[in-house]
Write a protein that binds this ligand. Sequence first.
Ligand code: 4AD
Ligand code: MG
Length: 475
Amino acid sequence: MRTKIKDILKNETFDYQVNVKGWVRSFRNNQFIALNDGSCMANLQVVIGLDTDPALVKKITTGASISVDGSVVASLGQGQKMEIKAHNITVLGECDPEQFPLQLKNRPSLEYLREIAHLRFRTNTFGAVFRVRHAVAYAIHKFFNDKGFVYLHTPIVTASDAEGAGEMFKVTTLPFDNAPHNEDGTINFKEDFFGRATNLTVSGQLEAELGAMAFSEVYTFGPTFRAENSNTPRHLAEFWMIEPEVAFNDIYDNMDLAEGLLKYVIDYSLEHNREDLDFLATRLADEEKQKPLNERSELGLIEKLQFVLNNQFERITYTEAIKILLDSPAYKKKKFQYDVSWGIDLQSEHERYLVEKHFKKPVIVTGYPKDIKAFYMRQNDDGKTVAAMDILAPGIGEIVGGSQREERLDKLMQRMNEMHIPTDEMYWYLDTRRFGTVPHAGFGLGFERMVQFITGMTNIRDVIPFPRTPKNAEF
Ligand code: 4AD
Ligand code: MG
């Protein structure tokens, strides 16, 4: 039976027989193999006898997969407590050193690795990132499960545009070159697979609201799709989102829940992924050294996470945020590319100023102008703002977007009409307001942005196994 390298290294006992399987990271002096099986960052040293068949030795190359039977012994060498004294080695899959893209010792760039699908996972950096990503997903489920939330699977194919932003991928089986048309020249979607026009979901929220009206507390955790042409280090066309929706919660409960979730996940990761996070912290520190002094962050990765964990998020209104920006030296010295005035959608540079320069911690902004937010947000008494909340995180910008929902049918219908959202098609959603409506609230946490925050990876493409971005879906 195979023993995982992680368990061998953790279990500090010696002189027992094991079988290990993995991939060769390096092979030194025809004697010392650094073996990795992905269970942890560390490699296991395998020592082979000097009398090993030279034909076999030749096949032990970086990238090859091997199976080793041997005994766990105390290591005489530096850098490891234990090693395997190999009795028998089988090469499972050879790896031609002439063709293997690189020796992992020479650190390849992240951009280069993005183009080599098979290699990426086998590097220290991506090994760490994806083990952390896994742990973060688990922690999120645990957080909600322990609170008694029901995990609701919302559809991926839908007919509605939840955010009303129109950034949707169409789903159709109609032929492009010969689509059936209506008399007025538009495409006749009645003949399409679902008998209507459908698209990939941009959010599971509207469906989650229906769940909350029965289970009180639900959350979704699934893939979402946005066809926005944003080539930024924070946007993906396919990303994962966590969307809790809670009956009887107001905007303040919503903020507490979101802050609690973020802190829980950070705490979980610091406790369970320390080895990987320490590696990523060193990686990030090296990356920071390439930057000019005034652009370097003051805290290392671990310190940043601990700081966020131990401090209350700042809570301000949109109106206060605008005032801070207008009073800022950056604004006065015309350092912002985009102008600032009440009513604008905060640009990334504004969000980063608030979080990184002014407050130096995560900020929750509430009370945005209704004209820049979605139709479902609860209208405040001032007639101008809605009970929206965005959480802005250092280095990331918006990590959470949410709101208290408009539970009053008349106000919701009026807003939908103003925003040209077809109320007849949305009857199934509006029914929640007709039959036992209650105040409720929820938010969406961008999963990859959360993983970016915890791992310190600068580009969102480096925290998802197979990134989908404009002009890029090769594998
Ligand atoms: O602010 P958004 O658009 O909110 C919603 O979709 C609501 N329906 C959520 C809710 O209230 N249930 O998106 C929520 C979060 C953002 O704050 C961001 O973290 C992430 O999803 N996000 C993206 N992440 C990666 N790539 C993109 N293109 C993203 N767009 C949004
Ligand atoms: Mg948003």
